[in-house]
Design a protein around this ligand. Structure first.
Ligand code: MN
Length: 294
């Protein structure tokens, strides 16, 4: 182990999936229980729905109207299509390789379903939903919706047999299209064959790697399929070895070292702000979807 390597601090490999609504069968890879947020900040929560076949249906599969405040929900579609609509006027459909970056901030309600087309057709579905915290100063900024297509993201081949797609932040000067409030680099990294790949992140930043498919060795630790590695903030270098093929999601961000109180769909800094969020939602201040129905 070299002195500057980032050390794997935790490996998490949940065994139990649960349903989010009736469309998303997910492993919660991490959430802010205990002191977990200290290791994952600015990322609050990750749900991973591994590949699953859905037969054709006329039903709407997913989650109906519900609120969020104080953070961003980021949805990556790896297979299948997700349709979204929110009370701030944002909405759209994302398909394979696309990402939807929704800033809830001051508060909104939204719904998340398999797209009607995809549900009718049926097929394999795989996605990740990540909750990204906002610093205290930005929690009451106005909501924003970014629907980003795969083709808008730089796709690089840093070494033979390895591809790297930049969703946000940058890699070797290639900038991802998703705009963020704090510095965040998110990459889709794929090995097509036996290969080694090395990259660096800034010292003091959070790094989390999800092995969506395949097995890798990262800084001397074996990371299995459907497992995440959470790294120590110290260090910069990351060495990934793959014997065969693998698909990884790489999350790197500057920590937001502020206290958080997370309750249901709200992520705030104090208990009082959570109470305000509940009251504001109940009073209809986060809007409704009826107003935005065409
Ligand atoms: Mn939601």
């Amino acid at each position: 182990m070299k002195i500057n390597q980032k050390k794997v601090k935790l490996k998490i490999n949940p065994t139990q999936k649960h349903w989010v609504g009736d469309g998303f069968h997910v492993y919660t890879m991490f959430h802010p229980a205990g002191d977990m947020y200290i290791h994952t900040t600015p990322f609050v929560m990750m749900d991973f729905a591994p590949p699953k076949h859905f037969p054709p249906t006329d039903q709407k599969l997913g989650v109906g109207e519900h609120p969020h405040r104080g953070f961003e929900t980021v949805t990556f579609a790896f297979a299948g299509e997700v349709e979204h609509r929110d009370s701030a006027g944002g909405g759209g459909i994302i398909g394979t390789g696309d990402v939807q970056w929704m800033t809830a901030a001051s508060g909104l309600v939204h719904e998340e379903f398999h797209s009607r087309e995809f549900a009718k057709r049926g097929g394999d579905f795989e996605m990740v939903q990540l909750w990204v915290n906002l610093p205290k100063k930005d929690k009451f900024t106005k909501p924003r919706y970014q629907g980003v297509k795969a083709r808008q993201c730089p796709l690089l081949n840093p070494v033979d047999g390895v591809s790297l797609k930049v969703f946000s932040g940058d890699y070797a000067g290639a900038r991802g299209p998703c705009e963020t409030f704090t510095p965040i680099n998110i990459y889709d990294l794929r090995f097509e064959k036996k290969a080694k790949f090395k990259f660096e992140v800034d010292d003091g930043t959070t790094l989390i790697i999800l092995n969506r498919k395949g097995e890798t060795i990262i800084n001397d630790e074996v990371i299995k399929e459907h497992e995440i590695a959470v790294f120590d903030r110290k260090g910069e270098e990351v060495f990934i070895e793959c014997e065969d093929m693998a698909e990884l999601l790489i999350l790197n961000g500057e920590p937001i070292d502020e206290p958080i109180v997370a309750y249901g769909p709200f992520v705030m800094n104090t208990r009082e702000e959570i109470m305000d969020a509940i009251n504001d939602f109940n009073a209809g201040k986060m809007g409704t979807l009826v107003e935005t129905y065409k």
